[in-house]
Design a protein around this ligand. Structure first.
Ligand SMILES: [Zn+2]
Length: 165
């Protein structure tokens, strides 16, 4: 009987809140506060879903063609899924064959910060959130005009918010 009760609770109609659940335990998430955060990984581990934590703080990379935004074309703004920092507008997103969402410029100059990454025998530039210092992806020089840059991002660390009509 206990098992039946549990499964009934899991199916209770609370799905409308699903979109926000990943931030309810995260007191640092704000789409308006741009104060730079200095939160230790141990604290992020407590407040972030593990799937986000693995990419954002352990620099994991999601599988190509697996993320929710690589082929997505909605109009709006992409925010950092860790802290809510505004990162990209949809008009700087372009169709890339790499299998990850790709952008040619950030929404503000200091939306992101950069770090040399020499792991895996490659010399790459890592892209981190300018507010919470979370790993977002890498930047390459094979993007389209006007910048020639390709911000190759992990969908899981992006939060898309559509423009209001
Ligand atoms: Zn962030």
């Amino acid at each position: 009987m206990a098992m039946i009760t549990l499964s009934c609770q899991n199916n209770s109609p609370s799905m409308s809140n699903e979109k926000n659940t990943q931030h309810t335990n995260n007191p640092y998430y704000s789409r308006t506060d741009t104060t730079v955060l200095n939160v230790p990984d141990a604290e992020w581990k407590k407040v972030l879903p593990d799937s986000i934590y693995q990419v954002a703080r352990n620099k994991a990379t999601e599988m190509a063609f697996s993320g929710k935004y690589w082929k997505f074309e909605g109009l709006g703004i992409y925010y950092c899924a860790v802290c809510g920092n505004a990162l990209f507008r949809s008009d700087s997103k372009f169709a890339s064959s790499c299998g990850w969402p790709s952008f040619f410029q950030t929404i503000r100059k200091n939306s992101t910060i950069y770090k040399t990454d020499n792991t895996y025998g490659m010399s790459r530039t890592e892209v981190l959130c300018g507010r919470c210092n979370s790993h977002l992806g890498h930047i390459f020089d094979d993007g389209p005009p006007p910048t020639g840059k390709r911000y190759c991002m992990n969908s899981i660390v992006l939060d898309f918010v559509p423009d209001k009509q």
